[in-house]
Structures are given as C-alpha cells and as structure tokens.
Design a binder for this molecule. Structure first.
Ligand SMILES: [Zn+2]
Length: 142
C-alpha cells in the first residue's frame, strides 16, 4: 500500500458520493492513486469545472470531520440488490463493499482507513476537462 493510499481512497469515495448526489448521471470512470495525490475521472454531461472548489472541499471535509466509521464487508453477488448496476467484474462471486457510515457504500477492492478523521484535510486541487463529458479531478490529503 502506498503511504497515503487509504486516506486518498476513502476521501475519493466521499468526493464521488457528493458529486453523485448533486449531479444526475455523474459516474466514476476510473480512479488512480499515487504516493501523494489521487485522480478520479467522472463521466457527466454537466461541466464539473463550474463547481467552486472551495465549496466542494468544504462539503467533503464536513463529512471527514464527522468521523464516520469505514466498514468493509464481503458479500456473495446474489446477496446484492442491483448487482447488475455495479461497476464490478460480473464474473466475481464475492464482492467487497466499503461503507462510510450511512453516507456511502460502494464496491472497492483497495485499502482504506478505519475512521474518516484519519483522512486529515482532503482537498481537490483541480478539475480539468479531459474529453467529451469526461472530467479529471486531482486531489490530495494533508
Ligand atoms: Zn476505494
């Protein structure tokens, strides 16, 4: 595991949920994690560059500071409602679900931290358009 990966990963789930709640049909395409920053690409017809970074960062850190528990559970795919809609390999029999309190729940196989406060200060650095209806968000933790 890279030094900040658990913190970046968990923060990325919060970021994704906030955007999915705000914007209809906003979906994560791919997320990448480096030693000191992360990148996530979203597919959406809404121009994400219109979102003020300060407001977005404020919302993310409000969740971080509420210190929610991060729980990891393994389910058989038959147990999961709407399995067909998940962005996972449909061949898998077992699915690992990462939940952040009651705020978010999504499949992910990567490392995370146990409590959101461990993320520290999460901040979105930039939002860039990288293609037709594709936006890349770069973020860090400190
Ligand atoms: Zn994750």
């Amino acid at each position: 595991m890279k030094p900040n990966e658990g913190r970046l990963q968990t923060g990325e789930h919060i970021l994704a949920k906030i955007l999915e709640n705000k914007i209809i049909n906003c979906k994560v395409r791919i997320a990448k994690f480096f030693s000191d920053y992360g990148e996530v690409e979203f597919l959406t017809t809404y121009d994400l560059r219109k979102i003020p970074l300060e407001d977005l960062n404020f919302e993310i850190n409000k969740i971080v500071k509420s210190n929610l528990n991060v729980n990891i559970q393994i389910f058989n795919k038959m147990e999961i409602k709407d399995f067909e809609k998940l962005r996972v390999n449909k061949e898998l029999e077992k699915i690992r679900i990462v939940s952040i309190g009651d705020f978010d729940s999504r499949p992910c196989g990567d490392p995370h931290i146990n409590k959101t406060l461990e993320i520290g200060n999460f901040y979105v650095e930039k939002i860039k358009r990288v293609g037709n209806n594709r936006y890349r968000i770069t973020f860090r933790v400190e």
